[in-house]
Write a protein that binds this ligand. Structure first.
Ligand SMILES: NC(=O)c1ccc[n+]([C@@H]2O[C@H](COP(=O)([O-])OP(=O)(O)OC[C@H]3O[C@@H](n4cnc5c(N)ncnc54)[C@H](O)[C@@H]3O)[C@@H](O)[C@H]2O)c1
Length: 270
């Protein structure tokens, strides 16, 4: 089985400026290790002016500080993605400060592990649906409006999951929300494609973040089996997802619309 060092590393130093000057909003950026923090950092490395949000303001401020400490651009804001008022406030603040919004990454999400027969399944579904689906929908809607009002192109990247593509024991309610994100995004993409507002989904596999650490504790037996069956032979790193998001955010992906990008070490290829 391949070791992690067997994977070729991208020479990121030779590709600076892939999203130079673009205004990028990333949700769910407090968790470290977490996908939102890594995505925010990667976009900033390539020249974006990043606004990173989370319900955990102290945590997301630390993420932004860490990015600024590298002489890159990042600002933190408090935001609950389930609140329409918060979406209005954040998008208005971004447009007022920067004049536009070019990139939105709907990354904030929660995972509640449990069996379909659990008494709590319906309430777990509702909680996850509010954050993972309604939050993503409100964000997509707010960004489309802001991009349309500005009369310019834009890229919206919605973070789904491999659980939005194939079944996972112990994750039926989560999978329901991530499948919904995929098809909501494709449908929305059809409505905005001709305006150059691109909407795509990213489907991470099993990535080393705080969410995964918690999932291991809740579901260790299944988890060991899942990790053992990843063709790459290892978990993914947040930066693996951030690099895919970077591509979709950049003008390199200008003809990519309504597509699903799987970054999972080959897991769903089996
Ligand atoms: N880590 C993985 O293996 C994996 C795999 C597939 C998909 N995903 C998805 O990627 C995204 C990020 O996952 P992660 O592993 O970094 O998770 P994480 O739990 O480490 O971080 C999620 C962040 O979202 C924030 N958040 C939660 N509810 C929020 C709300 N209502 N409003 C604003 N912020 C909120 C949390 O405070 C946290 O900072 C999620 O959508 C998740 O479902 C992760």
């Amino acid at each position: 089985m391949k070791a992690i060092s067997a994977r070729p590393l991208v020479d990121e130093g030779r590709m600076k400026g892939r999203v130079e000057g673009k205004i990028a909003l990333v949700t769910g950026g407090a968790s470290r290790p977490g996908l939102g923090a890594s995505i925010a950092e990667r976009l900033a490395e390539e020249g974006a002016i990043v606004i990173v949000t989370d319900v955990d303001l102290a945590g997301v401020e630390q993420t932004a500080e860490g990015i600024r400490a590298r002489d890159l651009s990042a600002t933190a804001m408090a935001q609950d993605v389930t609140s329409q008022g918060d979406w209005d406030a954040v998008i208005n603040a971004v447009v007022e400060e920067h004049g536009r919004l070019d990139i939105l990454v709907n990354n904030a999400g929660i995972l509640v592990v449990g069996q379909i027969a659990d008494e709590t399944a319906a309430s777990a579904l509702q909680r996850q649906f509010d954050v993972n689906v309604a939050g993503c929908l409100m964000g997509t809607q707010a960004a489309v409006k802001a991009m349309r009002n500005g009369g310019h192109c834009g890229s919206i990247i919605n973070v789904s999951s491999v659980a939005g593509l194939v079944g996972f024991r112990g994750s039926a309610t989560y999978a329901a929300t991530k499948g919904a994100v995929k098809l909501m995004s494709k449908s929305a993409a059809l409505e905005t494609a001709a305006e150059g507002i691109r909407i795509n989904t990213v489907h991470p596999g099993i990535i080393r973040t705080n969410m995964q650490s918690a999932a291991v504790d809740d579901n260790s037996a299944n988890y060991d089996a899942i990790v053992a069956s990843i063709p790459a032979g290892e978990l993914g790193e947040p930066r693996d997802i951030a690099n895919c998001v970077l591509f979709l955010a950049s003008d390199e992906a200008s003809y990519v619309m309504g597509a699903e990008f799987v970054v999972d070490g080959g897991y769903t290829a089996q």
